[in-house]
Write a protein that binds this ligand. Structure first.
Ligand SMILES: [Zn+2]
Length: 260
């Protein structure tokens, strides 16, 4: 259910303000009786996650995983995720969600893809000893996953596109991209990031060979039946990018899990 938006959207110059974002998440969590928990640090900054609907997970409902801010030069996803959460408190309370609002806070602050130490987190989710990854794995291990949503942006993007890793028969991507294209059109390039794409959709049925694995693949290996990695074009306006990220989460939950 939609709640009235109590906050203005961040202007361009504040969208890399990690502490403002955390303040907004904490205020939201206080109001919704949810708890934002630190689980790791990057330099001076805490990295948080949010767990909701634990009692529903105890009754067998699998977890819905959503993360943002793996790459710090992709500013819209963390704000889109926050705005989605603010608008869907009762969905969060009725289902088990595992949310990582910003996985690379120092990158967000520095406006860099990598973290303060130069690490690209999305090529290291299978790293055996990287502290953030080890702590992240501890949070997710042993949980049955229903869906993994990974939110990104691309400065080469000419519109929105989506990686769908889905072993099932029913492809979701085109329905989701139809919803998001009401805000930002699809990226119609035939090759995106070296892979064949069709109207913004890059499908994967099998896992590509990669030494340093991205988040979506590690989630897939953890048993997530579907992982969706969404990319909005980071040269478009921040307001539209935040709106399209929020719409993407709503649309993914609708088409993958039938949630309103
Ligand atoms: Zn990215």
């Amino acid at each position: 259910m939609a709640q009235a938006q109590a906050h203005a959207q961040p202007t361009d110059h504040r969208c890399h303000d990690y502490r403002l974002l955390v303040k907004r998440w904490k205020a939201f969590c206080r109001g919704a009786k949810l708890k934002l928990q630190p689980f790791a640090c990057s330099a001076e900054e805490h990295i948080y996650y949010l767990e909701t609907g634990r009692e529903h997970a105890a009754q067998g409902q699998p977890w819905i995983y959503v993360s943002a801010g793996v790459h710090g030069d992709e500013a819209a996803p963390p704000w889109g995720l926050l705005e989605w959460a603010e608008a869907h408190v009762d969905l969060l309370q009725r289902h088990p969600f595992l949310i990582f609002p910003v996985l690379n806070p120092t990158g967000l602050i520095l406006n860099t893809r990598v973290d303060y130490a130069g690490m690209d987190l999305n090529r290291n989710f299978n790293h055996p000893s990287e502290p953030v990854v080890v702590a992240w794995r501890k949070v997710i291990e042993g949980r049955k996953l229903a869906l993994g949503i990974c939110l990104h942006e691309d400065y080469d993007g000419q519109g929105c596109y989506l990686y769908e890793l889905n072993g099932g028969k029913h492809v979701l991507g085109q329905r989701i991209l139809a919803d998001t294209s009401a805000i930002i059109p699809k990226d119609h390039r035939r090759r995106i990031d070296g892979r064949a794409a069709k109207a913004g959709l890059i499908r994967r049925k099998v896992i590509p060979e990669m030494a340093g694995q991205p988040e979506a693949i590690v989630l897939h290996l953890q048993g997530a039946p579907i992982t969706l990695t969404f990319e909005s074009p980071s040269e478009f306006s921040i307001t539209e990018r935040i709106a399209v990220q929020k719409r993407f989460i709503e649309s993914s939950l609708k088409h993958a899990l039938g949630l309103p």
